[in-house]
Design a protein around this ligand. Structure first.
Ligand code: ZN
Length: 312
């Protein structure tokens, strides 16, 4: 599976707003609104969109329309659209549902700490690793791409600061399972740029190639962009974010969400990264989302506009 870009500066971007963003917001968005959001993001040229989660509707009622959303998306754009669609699956059961729905690319999470993993998935880390092994086998048999995200990789609300060796150990396990991409997630938004450098260096030293790493930051404490830049400077080219910076943090009720996609891509483009994403279209998507949610979003670029360098 080719993860490397054709050019060292070329970014690979996963938009997670429809899943991570919407899941952590108070407002309910109807399926038609989610569909339009996903289509706008695809049209803006993001490499892939994390569209939904095949989690039990008992846990997350907001994602109960997962099957319907995928079916409507395929109805609107044909099966080819699934090449750019990823969904979250919490366990083998969720993966079965996703495969039944025709999805070709899934991501599952495991937390780096037992306490967080237990709160989030009701399992120890070891138990979840056993489930990931089952899912990895199913994925290989079905020709489905399988990514794993490591939650709370920088800090855990229950266990505090995380040892980078522990992150590297879990990343090694993922590699043994044949995982395509390993996501390193600052789920509660506590990382700082120096710590990002330390974690990424640990991962590289333990033999994980930069092409396999994807960094997922939350802007909870306004360090999302700085953290992304720190990772970029170490060669990371795969990033995740949410349009308009929507979302939140289940452990900080007043916190903002994921690092804002268009702010992040704009910053990285300014320092020389190449991307397929149309920033103007992303800003328009944030404006659309602002209307859909009926509130201003945390993102900056869509409000300020893109500076062209020309006097106005
Ligand atoms: Zn997240």
């Amino acid at each position: 599976m080719d993860l490397a870009g054709a050019h060292p500066a070329l970014l690979h971007f996963t938009e997670v707003g429809p899943r991570d963003g919407l899941q952590n917001l108070a407002s309910e968005v109807p399926t038609a609104g989610k569909l339009e959001l996903v289509e706008r993001l695809l049209d803006a040229g993001v490499d892939q969109v994390e569209v939904t989660s095949f989690v039990s509707p008992k846990w997350v009622p907001k994602m109960a329309d997962a099957e319907e959303l995928i079916a409507r998306l395929v109805g609107a754009r044909g099966h080819g659209v699934l090449e750019r669609v990823r969904v979250l699956v919490p366990n083998p059961r969720g993966m079965e549902r996703a495969l039944q729905a025709g999805v070709r690319h899934v991501v599952a999470n495991v937390a780096v700490t037992d306490t967080f993993n237990h709160r989030n998935l009701n399992h120890t880390v070891q138990e979840t690793l056993a489930e990931l092994a089952v899912m990895a086998r199913t994925a290989a048999l079905q020709g489905c791409r399988f990514d794993v995200g490591l939650s709370v990789a920088f800090g855990c609300p229950f266990e505090g600061l995380v040892d980078p060796d522990r992150v590297a150990e879990l990343a090694d396990r993922c590699q043994e399972l044949g995982v395509a991409e390993i996501g390193i997630a600052d789920t509660i938004g506590v990382a700082d740029p120096r710590q990002v450098g330390s974690v990424v260096e640990h991962l590289l030293r333990s033999g994980i190639p930069t092409e396999q790493l994807s960094l997922h930051f939350h802007d909870t404490r306004a360090m999302g962009l700085a953290n992304s830049l720190a990772a970029y400077e170490l060669g990371v080219r795969r990033f995740e974010g949410s349009v308009g910076g929507i979302g939140g943090c289940p452990f900080a009720p007043r916190a903002t969400g994921n690092v804002c996609s268009e702010d992040l891509l704009h910053m990285l483009a300014r320092v020389g990264a190449r991307t397929t994403v149309d920033l103007q279209a992303m800003c328009q998507t944030a404006e659309f989302l602002e209307k859909l949610l009926g509130e201003a979003l945390p993102g900056r670029l869509y409000r300020a506009g893109i500076w062209t360098g020309q006097p106005s």
